[in-house]
Write a protein that binds this ligand. Structure first.
Ligand SMILES: Cc1cc2nc3c(=O)[nH]c(=O)nc-3n(C[C@H](O)[C@H](O)[C@H](O)COP(=O)(O)OP(=O)(O)OC[C@H]3O[C@@H](n4cnc5c(N)ncnc54)[C@H](O)[C@@H]3O)c2cc1C
Length: 383
């Protein structure tokens, strides 16, 4: 049984009440980063719940982080501006040296350093991470990085980046997964030393960017773990990432269902509430049933994760089912509100755009289905 963390949820809901719809509408309109919201979460210690107590965090299990993100989304807010801190930090926590953990984790926990950027995806490699082209070449006490990342969210609002780069050319490695390394990049220093960030305009406010590396020097001391083992380190964090994103989707689905139900109870057309029509009730009820089923899978994945068991299949399926549930709930909500589903002041159209992302990122549905086909059903690898 995973913990419900009811007290945390209540406190997060109170914090979210300070950031109502008009706050998010304004940020969305101007594509502004919700700095005040992120600051409030940091101050309250929510972004450091997974950091061990010895390093200044709360040392709570993954279910606490999931409860926080789910509640943020269920309250109509969005965790996209800061959720990466929770899961990218795991790479440093699990694979960083004692010196690296001592240097960074307390400052991340206190909010003095923001670890929000995660540089994996590249324009030419896409989902095929192993063919990424950004290189890091050893030069004395440094590595020199050249290449480009894309979709590096929050790069403009982060002090550190977890960066995956190739340290051994692909044709010189014995194992397909070898030759990639993970670095913790000091972005402030790098910006004065060959790093350029360009924002990408997107359909929702997500602070995504392209990042260009032109002979950027990173001290060798910032290599995490062993050179060449970086892909393995990134993979170990993926299950936590899937479970946390799935929790955000469950939160979105709850918000859509609650918003649709409330509107359907109040709105009168033909002298009776629209919610009295089965044509309005059934899509909302169905969305609720799908959300609850997806939530069970999220809990199953989380229980396995917290017990230290392999939860790859459950984490992937939870992410897919929860993303599907939030999308279906969004669709039912837009339909229930009729014309007002399209009006910015009701927040439905914003949440609708925001939740669409989770069908694609951080992993797209097709790749999840490929994972299940290959690793659960023992079908031949399709790519
Ligand atoms: C807003 C946003 C924020 C993001 N933030 C980050 C971030 O912070 N850091 C980061 O590193 N990345 C980030 N990403 C990147 C994200 O993880 C990728 O977009 C996602 O993994 C898909 O990769 P791609 O866009 O290159 O699609 P592609 O790999 O080009 O795939 C395109 C389509 O083809 C399908 N496809 C590809 N190969 C197969 C196959 N073998 N079988 C079946 N279908 C296939 C995919 O499922 C997809 O639908 C972000 C993306 C977005 C849109």
């Amino acid at each position: 049984m995973i913990q419900k963390h009811s007290e945390i949820r209540e406190e997060v809901a109170k914090l979210c009440a300070r950031f109502p719809g008009p706050y998010w509408q304004e940020k969305d309109r101007h594509r502004d980063y919700p700095a005040e919201f992120v600051h409030a979460l940091t101050e309250a210690g929510y972004l450091s719940v997974l950091i061990p107590e010895e390093h200044g965090g709360a040392g709570l299990p993954l279910s606490a982080a999931a409860a926080i993100l789910e509640e943020i989304h269920a309250q109509g807010c969005n965790g996209g501006a800061c959720h990466a801190q929770m899961y990218t930090m795991g790479t440093l926590l699990r694979h960083g040296s004692d010196a690296q953990r001592a240097a960074y984790l307390p400052k991340i926990a206190s909010g003095d350093l923001r670890l929000q950027a995660f540089g994996v995806t590249e324009p030419t490699s896409g989902t095929d991470t192993l063919s990424l082209k950004t290189t890091a070449k050893r030069d004395g006490d440094d590595y020199i990085v050249n290449g480009q990342k894309i979709w590096t969210s929050r790069a403009e609002y982060s002090d550190l980046m977890i960066l995956l780069a190739r340290t051994t050319p692909q044709d010189e490695v014995t194992k397909r997964t070898a030759g990639l390394s993970v670095f913790i990049l000091d972005m402030l220093a790098a910006k004065e030393n060959g790093l350029t960030i360009r924002p990408i305009e997107t359909m929702m406010n997500h602070s995504s960017t392209e990042v260009f590396f032109d002979n950027v020097r990173i001290p060798a001391a910032n290599l995490i773990g062993e050179e060449g083992s970086g892909f393995k380190y990134i993979l170990t964090g993926m299950n936590a990432e899937r479970i946390l994103i799935a929790s955000e989707c469950i939160g979105d689905a709850k918000w859509f269902i609650e918003t649709a139900s409330a509107y359907a109870r109040e709105r009168k057309v033909f002298n009776r509430p629209i919610g009295q029509n089965q044509g309005i009730q059934f899509p909302i009820a169905k969305a609720y049933a799908h959300m609850r089923a997806a939530e069970l899978m999220v809990h199953d994945a989380m229980a396995k994760y917290e017990a230290g068991e392999n939860c790859g299949a459950e984490a992937n399926m939870a992410k897919m089912l929860a993303a599907d549930a939030s999308w279906a709930a969004g669709e039912a909500c837009v339909q229930t509100l009729g014309g007002f589903g399209f009006a910015a002041e009701y927040d439905v159209e914003r949440k609708f755009r925001e939740t669409r992302l989770y069908q694609v990122a951080p992993i797209s549905t097709n790749l999840i289905l490929s994972f299940v086909a290959e690793h659960v059903l023992n079908l031949p690898r399709s790519y």
